[in-house]
Write a protein that binds this ligand. Structure first.
Ligand code: AOF
Ligand code: ZN
Length: 361
């Protein structure tokens, strides 16, 4: 590890502090280094609040340091545009920094290299590419949305070692342990949307909120309900906002749902079902970076068949259930060549269970 790697790793750890609050902005970290010492630290504040660089400059000043002549390590290119806040590149110039080391360029077309250009034009040395892969991973949803218009879709399943998620009678509590359930809530919390299907709403009457940890904002709950058959007394409609995608309009039911604070969007495909790829794009237009799917085997399968999933988050418990419900309600294949191939991205033991992150190619 070089010195630059060490400081950037520190900036990445700071960035993580903003993971549950910065959306739709990426969670960015910044450290200001002078004479080999960290004199200021910052991370992205909730939208409208300071970006990481401004926080780090302020932090150094509050601690009585002179930032002139210092180097900033930032996990993303400093911004060059007037968004909710003024450009960080200008603030770094004004503060008298001499060097900026960024993990990578900002994929936001409003920035996209112009932050670096502004810094260079002001005589500041710029380096980029330090721990770029880690920086991208941390904000994978933001990068996905900026590059394709689509949020990053992570589909969670908790299953026994033989891949079963529930008994045929619906009983599913609890296959995995409490450590895995708490870990699952952390992934819920960092997503902008928790997506489920009408089958799960009917079967489990879930709340799909983050409860295992304290959060300042709850993800938007999104329900795929082709026939708009949701019970208006469903628990998911209480409290936090809910968005329902259906394939048919039903003004009366929609009015009832609006009274409950839910929004209904009619988005059919040619088969009379909800158009799932369009749902993903629609959520991207609403500035959602990450979608966390917690649904039943049917919707899980449709999302996979319609190539809407980027990553599986699988908790595997060390138990065997036997004949029971599986993860994906996919039809039998005639040929193994038709299988869906993934790559294991990360495997970790969480309490007694295994957590597997696997990505589609
Ligand atoms: C930075 N530092 O910490 C972050 C940046 O509307 P605004 O002003 O909050 O700007 C949001 C955009 O700024 C966001 O889309 C992304 O391009 C960039 N994020 N930039 O210099 C930061 N979070
Ligand atoms: Zn900025």
């Amino acid at each position: 590890m070089t010195h630059a790697d060490v400081f950037m790793a520190h900036a990445l750890r700071l960035a993580e502090h903003g993971l549950l609050t910065s959306a739709p902005n990426p969670a960015i970290g910044c450290v200001i280094v002078k004479d080999g010492l960290i004199i200021g630290e910052g991370f992205t504040q909730p939208p409208g609040g300071n970006h990481a660089e401004i926080e780090a400059i302020n932090d150094a000043r509050v601690k009585g340091h002179d930032v002139r002549g210092a180097t900033a390590y930032v996990t993303l290119e400093p911004c060059s545009h007037f968004g909710r806040t003024p450009p960080c590149a200008d603030a770094l110039v004004k503060a008298g920094l001499v060097k900026v080391i960024a993990a990578m360029e900002d994929p936001n077309p409003q920035v996209g290299g112009q932050g670096f250009a502004r810094l260079r034009a002001a005589g500041i040395a710029v380096e980029t590419g330090v721990l770029a892969e880690q920086a991208r991973e941390l904000n994978i949803g933001f990068f996905s949305r900026m590059q394709s218009g689509k949020p990053w879709v992570r589909l969670k399943v908790a299953a026994s070692l033989d891949g079963k998620t529930a008994l045929y009678n619906g009983q599913s509590q609890w296959i995995t342990s409490s450590a895995a359930r708490d870990d699952g809530h952390l992934w819920r919390a960092r997503a902008g949307v928790i997506l489920t299907g009408i089958g799960t709403v009917k079967q489990d009457d879930p709340q799909l909120t983050v409860r295992a940890l304290e959060v300042t904002r709850q993800p938007l709950r999104v329900i795929i309900d082709s026939k708009l058959g949701i019970d208006i007394n469903a628990r998911i409609l209480r409290g936090e906002p809910t968005l329902i995608f259906s394939a048919i309009g039903n003004p009366e039911k929609e009015a009832l749902l609006h009274e409950r604070g839910a929004e209904v969007v009619v988005l059919p495909n040619a088969h009379g079902k909800v158009d799932l790829p369009q749902v993903i794009l629609a959520l991207g237009s609403r500035q959602i970076n990450e979608i966390h799917v917690e649904a039943g085997a049917k919707l899980n399968a449709s999302l996979i068949r319609e190539l809407c999933v980027d990553e599986l988050l699988v908790y595997l418990a060390p138990n065997i259930i036997g004949d029971a419900r599986g993860m994906f309600d996919l039809p039998p294949l005639d040929n193994l060549q038709e299988k869906f191939s993934l790559k294991f991205h990360q495997i970790k033991q969480i309490g007694e269970d295994l957590r597997i992150l696997a990505r589609f190619n």
